[in-house]
Ligand binder design. Structure first.
Ligand SMILES: [Zn+2]
Length: 180
């Protein structure tokens, strides 16, 4: 559907990607120039909808670039490897609800649209920090984990219970009002 409303240039970009169907609701797009992979929806999702169950393959003591943080000493590897291709965005459309072990939709996702999540919503201090080029108005540029962002910014995002707990604790300490 999205392809039909793309401009010619974008259509060209889309057709150059190598596309692999990886689940009933998503496919991986691989850019032949950069090798970068991204996960794109093959069905529409609406806010609050469960996109996928998050099934734990392994719990590690230390984070790596594939893990999602559960608490201070537990970092989850999921069984569905395609979830690794949900890239970071400072304006995400997917949330990893670690407490309930589901990925949920934050705002409407249309067929063909890239699925993204906000890494600091689960990661306190990331194993591999990077400069974001998500290109959204909300871009925070350097992404290092929630520990490196002011509570006022974090409060505009949906956060895991673990991150919320750490952020609100910090908010209390600095006498700012937590917007719960
Ligand atoms: Zn960004």
């Amino acid at each position: 559907m999205k392809n039909q409303i793309f401009s010619t240039n974008e259509e060209l970009t889309t057709s150059q990607h190598e596309i692999t169907k990886v689940s009933s609701f998503a496919e991986v797009w691989e850019c032949p120039l950069t090798g970068e992979k991204s996960l794109h929806a093959t069905v529409n999702f609406f806010p609050g909808e469960v996109i996928s169950n998050l099934i734990t393959k392994e719990i590690l003591k230390y984070p790596n670039y594939l893990t999602v943080q559960l608490n201070e000493q537990e970092h989850i590897m999921f069984t569905s490897e395609f979830l690794h291709y949900i890239n970071h965005s400072c304006d995400p459309n997917v949330f990893f609800d670690i407490t309930n072990r589901v990925a949920t939709c934050l705002r409407k996702i249309e067929v063909g649209e890239e699925m993204t999540f906000f890494y600091p919503s689960t990661e306190w201090s990331m194993a591999q920090e990077f400069d974001c080029n998500c290109g959204t108005q909300a871009c925070l540029e350097r992404i290092q984990g929630a520990a490196h962002l002011p509570p006022a910014i974090l409060q505009s995002y949906q956060l895991s219970d673990y991150i919320k707990q750490l952020v609100f604790k910090e908010v209390d300490e600095t006498n700012l009002m937590a917007d719960k």
